[in-house]
Design a protein around this ligand. Structure first.
Ligand SMILES: NC(=O)c1ccc[n+]([C@@H]2O[C@H](COP(=O)([O-])OP(=O)(O)OC[C@H]3O[C@@H](n4cnc5c(N)ncnc54)[C@H](OP(=O)(O)O)[C@@H]3O)[C@@H](O)[C@H]2O)c1
Length: 224
């Protein structure tokens, strides 16, 4: 049996990951900020354990790492924020910018730190949901705060993954496509079911010791 942990599991890409993994019989630890409001998540059939977790509460992330006492085959650091409240250059809200960095950049590192023992026990996989907007070589001069946060995530994983050499743990960064979720909006090109099905195929291919790559849901490599 595969055991998977997913953050930001109550809607969007995270919820679809829960549905697809639980649907094929995996045991899923589904983390979300407000389980009491997570009706869609709680309706998912299968072996789904819902945990209350705000990923920017790093003590809570660490505590969940202690609470969950079983090896994890896959951890998906999916929770993310768009950063609209950061505002425009000239009137940036640095408290909002700091909160964005906490969720998109630091929380995946905290998640990796908290669940490193579980991943090592299972020789599991750590998948972080990044974005093509975090690619410095593709940077287009818009969504600056969000792009900065995802570039930071990419660098953080590149910097910390080598600490796991010879542990059997595999790492990858994924761009899910422009996906029809609350974040992607109704005009987005990709259905969430297709994005997650594609991401799962890419996760299947992850290998310990392989160079870290930023890859989209169809397997196309994106430059740093
Ligand atoms: N959709 C796209 O086109 C697209 C493109 C590139 C990358 N991505 C990335 O894909 C991931 C999922 O995005 P999505 O499209 O599914 O977005 P979404 O529909 O807006 O969902 C975002 C998820 O992250 C959770 N979240 C935000 N802040 C959190 C926090 N502090 N603690 C715990 N959970 C938190 C949300 O929980 P609440 O309900 O509690 O807010 C929600 O479950 C994100 O990392 C995003 O950056 C998305």
């Amino acid at each position: 049996m595969t055991t998977v942990l997913i953050t930001g599991a109550n809607r969007g890409i995270g919820l679809e990951f829960v549905k697809q993994y639980a649907g094929e019989g995996a045991r899923v630890h589904a983390c979300c900020r407000a389980p009491e409001k997570a009706g869609d998540l709680k309706a998912v059939k299968g072996d789904v354990v819902v945990h209350k977790l705000d990923v920017s509460d790093f003590d809570a992330v660490k505590a969940l790492g202690i609470e969950i006492d079983e090896p994890l085959d896959l951890v998906i650091a999916n929770a993310g924020a768009g950063g609209k409240d950061v505002g425009d250059f000239g009137a940036l809200d640095y408290d909002a910018f700091s909160r964005l960095l906490a969720v998109n950049t630091l929380a995946p590192v905290a998640t990796l730190e908290a669940f490193a023992p579980h991943l090592k026990k299972a020789k599991g996989k750590f998948a972080a949901i990044s974005s093509i907007l975090g690619s410095i070589s593709n940077a287009g001069g818009f969504a600056q705060a969000y792009s900065t946060s995802k570039a930071g995530l990419n660098m953080a994983l590149k910097a910390y993954a080598p600490l796991f050499a010879d542990t059997g743990v595999a790492f990858a960064l994924f761009h899910p496509g422009w996906v029809r979720t609350d974040m992607g909006g109704p005009e987005a090109a990709v259905a969430v079911t297709d994005s997650v099905a594609g991401l799962r195929r890419q996760i299947e291919k992850m290998k310990a010791g392989a160079p870290l790559r930023l890859v989209d849901y169809q397997g196309n490599e994106i430059g740093w």
